[in-house]
Write a protein that binds this ligand. Structure first.
Ligand code: ZN
Length: 127
């Protein structure tokens, strides 16, 4: 049976790392919801795993591009798609206005009526 103990370089850890007392670790010290100081052990940044602060997001252009690609699903909200939809709506609106104008001009016209023999019943030039 292999002996596990403090005989190896003064450490009882299998990897040989020095034994530290977790009680001596630096404390977070952030203000908790109770109003007291957080007692969790601090990380390199001085705060604990809960109070380390929010992510500041991608900084490099590669990181920003990677995030952008990760969120891309259909492209429906891409700049190009939004611009195309806006232009299409404007074109439809222009067509609607043109159609309304044509309909209005037709409404002003009087129908030309003929009887069964092909004789003009009403003259549209007469009011
Ligand atoms: Zn904390």
């Amino acid at each position: 049976m292999k002996k596990i103990g403090p005989a190896i370089s003064g450490s009882w850890l299998k990897n040989g790392n020095p034994v530290g007392n977790p009680q001596n670790a630096l404390r977070c010290g952030a203000k908790t919801r109770r109003g007291t100081l957080c007692q969790s052990s601090a990380m390199k940044n001085g705060r604990c795993r809960m109070h380390g602060g929010a992510s500041t997001g991608a900084r490099t252009p590669e990181g920003i591009e990677r995030i952008r690609k990760a969120h891309w699903k259909t492209g429906y909200f891409s700049k190009q798609a939004i611009t195309e939809r806006r232009e299409h709506r404007a074109a439809c609106q222009r067509a609607d206005f043109a159609l309304a104008a044509i309909k209005a001009s037709f409404r002003k016209l009087k129908p030309i009526l003929f009887d069964q023999d092909g004789n003009l019943v009403n003259d549209p030039n007469e009011s």
